[in-house]
Design a protein around this ligand. Sequence first.
Ligand code: LMR
Length: 328
Amino acid sequence: MKLRIILAGIMVAALSTVAYAQQPIVIKLSHVVAVDTPKGKAALQFKKFAEERSKGRVRVEVYANSMLYKDKEELEALQLGSVQMLAPSLSKFGPMGVKDFEAFELPYLFDDYADMHKVTQGPLGQQMLKKLESKGIVGLAYWDNGFRQLTANKQLKSPNDCRGLKMRIVSAKITDAYMRALGAIPQVMSFGEVYQAMQTGVVDGGENTFSNIYTQKMYEVQKHLTVTNHGYLGYAVIANKRFWDGLPADIRAILESSMRDATKYNNDIAQKENNEALAAIKKSGKTKVTLLTPQERLTWKKALVPVHKQMEGRIGKDLIKAIYKETN
Ligand code: LMR
């Protein structure tokens, strides 16, 4: 009898070890944009690659549209280990003390995607990702979205048209500075709250990519959009460092290769997705799209570029110079 109990005990222990060994490693990946965006789609590609290549040893749960957390909360949740991965925009790291990424917010820093890739896909971009480690975060990749455009309920043809407008911004000192340079009143707000704030008139306008303006339906509550291309919006895909370092080496390798391929996918589709979103916004007829002549664009540049000098104290002259060097 005693032997049977001991044997049964051994069997239960063995079975639960097997069950434990078969438990997949769960990665919660939270983000704030719609599924139908470059980031939303790339997150799902990463899930697909990781689950297929690990043959089910990894399960990636993607939570889109601020479903789990809003902007500020998600970074805290990552550090606490409540989620394992995020892809916040580069502008959102300032409040946690990583100011380097804020440099990407400098207006008219990059002329186009190719220009910006010289930084994100080069050694400088890698050095910047490393800075996250002191915050318990591993920087895995850069994902593109696109260039920011201004929206409002009045036409913004020249910088002066922004005077007195309440404009929604991300929580970044540089964005605050350039909105003030335009004479606007910046209002920090989580991405998930922007549509309603525009709809109810809590803010007069904002700045975002065509993809975000379209997928969040901001174009339905903003009468005008000006194609200013005044700033870059991209992401750092990040993981909780303790979690990442604690993964079995073979799983980490699979996740790294999945991230490489998801990154390629994201950066291959981002520009196209934004162009398609612009076409869809135009087609809707709900917002008037204003294009700028080269001369008008120069006026915007003249109003905004002095912010680079103004922000040297915050970001560091050397980093700004290093970015200029990569892009010139
Ligand atoms: C925003 O808050 O406007 C963007 O950073 C949102 C995003 O993740 O694209």
